[in-house]
Design a protein around this ligand. Sequence first.
Ligand SMILES: NC(=O)c1ccc[n+]([C@@H]2O[C@H](COP(=O)([O-])OP(=O)(O)OC[C@H]3O[C@@H](n4cnc5c(N)ncnc54)[C@H](OP(=O)(O)O)[C@@H]3O)[C@@H](O)[C@H]2O)c1
Length: 313
Amino acid sequence: MAFFIRWLKAASFLETKTLILDASSYIGGHLFARLGTERAVATYYRNPVGNVVYFDALSMSLSEVVKKTQDITHAVILIGDTKPDSCASDIRKSHALNVESIISIIKFLKERHIKPVFTSTESVFDGIKGSYVETDEVNPILLYGRQKLEIERYLQDYTVDFTILRLSKVYGVSPGDGTIFTSWLEQIQRNETILCSYDQVYSPIYVEDVVDGIIKAIDTGAGGIFHLSGNKPYKRIEMLEMLLSIASEFILQPVNVVRCSINDFGLLEKRPLNVSMVNDKIVKAMGLVPSDARELCSGMIKKFYTNGAMEYR
Ligand SMILES: NC(=O)c1ccc[n+]([C@@H]2O[C@H](COP(=O)([O-])OP(=O)(O)OC[C@H]3O[C@@H](n4cnc5c(N)ncnc54)[C@H](OP(=O)(O)O)[C@@H]3O)[C@@H](O)[C@H]2O)c1
């Protein structure tokens, strides 16, 4: 039924749109930049970005934001407390945002026949096996992962038409984006010691590939669970060594790297060690072509050292 109504909307030559919840998230900003106001309507919470509507998931209903006449076919749910330690430090607060508010969003979307595209995480796994596929058993050891899993289960139990994208660690190549490569480059520039774990493994994915994956999930109508991850598993230290080897021709001073376990960082909860995921299902089903991390890193470093630290976009 929901699928039929969405098909009718899309086939009725009315302009159909995707709702981005919200566009001030790191991924949502990139998604909104790609879809534009032609194909998307978007919300923000604390940080307005142009052409977006205010929405506080904790105190508002989506009905205050989405008009009945708007032809929205999909909603990409990106809202959340996305930092494991922040979730663990205030369990009630993170549960209210990551679970309760997302459930009421999903209920509203179901009433309006809008398909949810929910962004979950590699943290639904315990990190013992690694190279996880979609059918592997989940067993989150982080509260953040348990909260995401609660939504995955809610979607599976109470809706028939949904897409769950389990994202691995996302990185970008823009100055100040706070992701893994850019943060290291900026630390090197400031001559800081870099603490880097040797025992955490994941399959990092470029933010524009995440956007591709989300758009393909919408355009192909693919439903179910997909692992939206890069092609290769990396230890964090291997990514740093890759960056240092590519940057070696430009770096004049020695870089002080201290290798440690991810669980030496004094984090509130023990981290799962190998949360690498296999992306074969999404690659086959949607034709996603994830970028090569080395190539992206190399392009970013060249721009960083030739155009100046602040202009390597
Ligand atoms: N980035 C990754 O590496 C990664 C990996 C795995 C999964 N994911 C998942 O992908 C999604 C997007 O990730 P991201 O890194 O782009 O997230 P993010 O930058 O941390 O953004 C989280 C968003 O939640 C919004 N928010 C917080 N409280 C809110 C409230 N009360 N009402 C409405 N919005 C509220 C924030 O709004 P303000 O900015 O306005 O405060 C922010 O835009 C998340 O669900 C995350 O769990 C991300």
